[in-house]
Design a protein around this ligand. Sequence first.
Ligand SMILES: C[S@@+](CC[C@H](N)C(=O)[O-])C[C@H]1O[C@@H](n2cnc3c(N)ncnc32)[C@H](O)[C@@H]1O
Length: 187
Amino acid sequence: MLQIWDENWQLDEQVCTCDIHFIEWLDAEQIKGKTIYHFGTGGHHHVGLVNMAKGVPNTILGITASPKEFDCFVKLAIEHAELSRSYQVLFGDIYLLNSRLMPRIDIATAFHLCEFRSEKQDAYGGHTDKQVAELLLDMLPTGAPLLFYSGSFAYWQAEPIAKALAEQGRIRHAGTFKSLEIYRKLS
Ligand SMILES: C[S@@+](CC[C@H](N)C(=O)[O-])C[C@H]1O[C@@H](n2cnc3c(N)ncnc32)[C@H](O)[C@@H]1O
């Protein structure tokens, strides 16, 4: 059985700031015309909805492992006919990430890395957290941002992965924006 996330996460700046800070970072950096892979949409689909409300500066592909959050996306896509032109959501487990099913991407978020990997994914050959980060890097062009969320409860596990990749020369730390750590691909 697929390891699902059986919740419907609502936007709450007191508890989880990553999506709010991500939108602020995109604005601050004036990022436009990019394709973004977003790990963990929430049932609120804030990143896709704000992108639409701002006149579609970017194109976003999110992933959720929550059937309820995916249902919310379907409802939103029906309600807002224009939404799915710029925002699409995959239902699935990021530990099954397959580059052959992916579009070309320019930016990736790894906000929830290490939060949801368990032995359940071993049963179907899921990637490790480090492999997910490496696969995302493989898909990004040189210089592209890969973002981590320092407010994650699992950041104590995700940060060493980022640092190991930096030591291997695959990424460099390029800055901090509020609760986000921005790395850029070197190789
Ligand atoms: C705590 S919620 C945070 C949602 C949103 N990023 C926010 O800040 O409000 C975690 C998100 O990660 C997604 N998620 C959890 N495990 C996942 C997995 N294995 N693959 C893909 N998405 C997953 C959930 O579906 C949910 O959207």
